[in-house]
Design a binder for this molecule. Structure first.
Ligand code: LRH
Ligand code: MN
Ligand code: MN
Length: 430
């Protein structure tokens, strides 16, 4: 029996209040789509079958270099975090898995698995952390980890990744995501070539420890914490890594890890074409790695990324099965609400991309009709697919209006009474 944090009866009661309006909206959209020969139920079924993993680190309030302002009922440990994650899934029915970060979420794997099973949650990719030090480690990562000049430090970082694989095996994960902060802060500080050679050799050791049915994702990021150069700085380097390591290695695209105005959807297309797209960390950004809620700043870009994914799905692109994960930091919202909203925005982009008339689009492309090609995309994007999203949730026991239902449930006040208040504080710079 799944341990429910918000009862099915409560969700059904909230849905009942919205049932008439929802039924009417769904019927109206169904009629509209039928005029374009689109079966709304087929789209709803696809959307209901689309899932995205929630990051364990996303359910606590984030923070910046300047300060952190915790909210009420902050999770105390991974087991509280898993409970918060299960609330998101109960309401959205879109997030049945959680992505763990080690050592932040370190706990007895048996207990993790038992708790996950009880809550009806599985585990997505494991994330290693060699970008910060723990109090008990022998070698510091101040000057790098997998690419460090010192072999013992590199070995320690490799061993940590292997430990992440071991924990992941015990809880049913099938992938390891490696992001490192290695780089340099001054020209001349590091030899680019030697540093990358060391990184590739260390990653080769991790790759050797990967079970046959696992995938290894490497995540590129342009800068930060290193500000002059970064070892895995862009998708080109990332592609070289995946090619060098082998067939179980893939590139992970975190949407916030690019320069502003980068054509991310085109990067996605290239990685798909060459069979190396591993998956995503969804979020949004305005200036840098802002970790804002998915679709909150540039929803059209999110749609364009999904347009590439649906295109690949439609043509049965080789080796195409990307992992979908969220990677966000919430500073001014209730993290549960932000993650609910992001899961919806991600599904929204998928639903809109499913509505693109691909045969017509191809016709305009072949005729060099730029305006009508663009209009074909816009037509799908402009469709209000909210009734489809709501119906996909409702059919699987979720909420027609998940944020309103969450607020009405009183979950935040309940956990605030159980979990001691945490103090805020300054960030890293003061
Ligand atoms: C790095 C990153 C990476 C980390 C996470 C906490 O900026 O995107 O995925 O694991 O943030
Ligand atoms: Mn990320
Ligand atoms: Mn990031």
């Amino acid at each position: 029996m799944t341990e429910l944090k918000i009862s099915q009866g409560f969700i059904a009661g909230e849905n009942e209040k919205r049932a008439d309006a929802h039924r009417a909206d769904y019927a109206a959209l169904g009629e509209k789509l039928a005029r374009s020969n689109i079966d709304i139920d087929a789209i709803t079924a696809k959307v209901a079958d689309f899932f995205v993993a929630v990051p364990s680190w996303g359910v606590g309030t984030g923070g910046t270099r300047f300060a952190r302002f915790p909210g009420p009922g902050e999770p105390r440990h991974i087991f509280d975090k898993l409970e918060d994650c299960s609330v998101i899934n109960e309401l959205t029915r879109a997030t049945p898995t959680v992505s763990l970060h080690i050592p932040w979420d370190k706990a007895d794997p048996k207990e993790l698995k038992t708790k996950g099973d009880a809550l009806g949650l599985g585990f997505d990719a494991m994330n290693s952390n060699t970008f910060s030090d723990t109090s008990d480690q022998a070698h510091s990562y101040k000057f790098g980890s997998l690419s460090h000049v010192d072999a013992a430090t590199r070995r320690q970082a490799v061993d940590h990744n292997i430990e992440c694989i071991e924990i992941g095996r015990a809880i049913g994960s099938k992938a390891l995501t490696v992001w490192i902060g290695d780089g340099s802060n001054f020209p001349g500080q590091a030899n680019f070539t030697r540093q990358f050679e060391r990184y590739l050799a260390a990653m080769g050791d991790i790759y050797k420890a990967l079970p046959d049915d696992w995938r290894l994702f490497t995540e590129h990021k342009m800068y930060e914490p290193a500000f002059y150069s970064t070892v895995v700085q862009d998708w080109g380097t990332n592609y070289l890594i995946a090619q060098t390591l082998g067939e179980k290695a893939f590139c992970l695209v975190d949407l916030g890890h690019h320069a502003p105005n980068t054509n991310i959807e085109m990067i996605v297309a290239r990685l798909i074409q060459f069979g190396k797209l591993g998956g995503f960390h969804f979020n949004d950004s305005k200036y840098g790695d802002d970790d804002l809620d998915a679709g909150s700043v540039e929803p059209y870009r999110l749609f364009l990324v999904f347009n590439e994914l649906v295109d690949a799905e439609d043509r049965g692109a080789r080796g195409f099965h990307p992992a979908h994960m969220i990677d966000q930091s919430h500073n001014v919202t209730d993290p549960i609400e932000s993650l609910i909203s992001s899961a919806n925005e991600i599904r929204r982009a998928y639903a809109q991309a499913l509505l693109v008339d691909r045969a017509t689009l191809q016709g305009y492309q072949n005729d060099n009709d730029a305006l009508m090609a663009s209009e074909t995309l816009k037509r799908a994007y402009r469709t209000d697919v909210e009734p489809i999203l709501a119906e996909a949730r409702r059919r699987h026991g979720g909420a027609i209006d998940p944020v309103a239902t969450y607020r009405a449930s009183g979950y935040r006040a309940k956990v605030a009474a159980e979990r001691p208040a945490t103090k805020g504080g300054s960030g890293g710079i003061v």
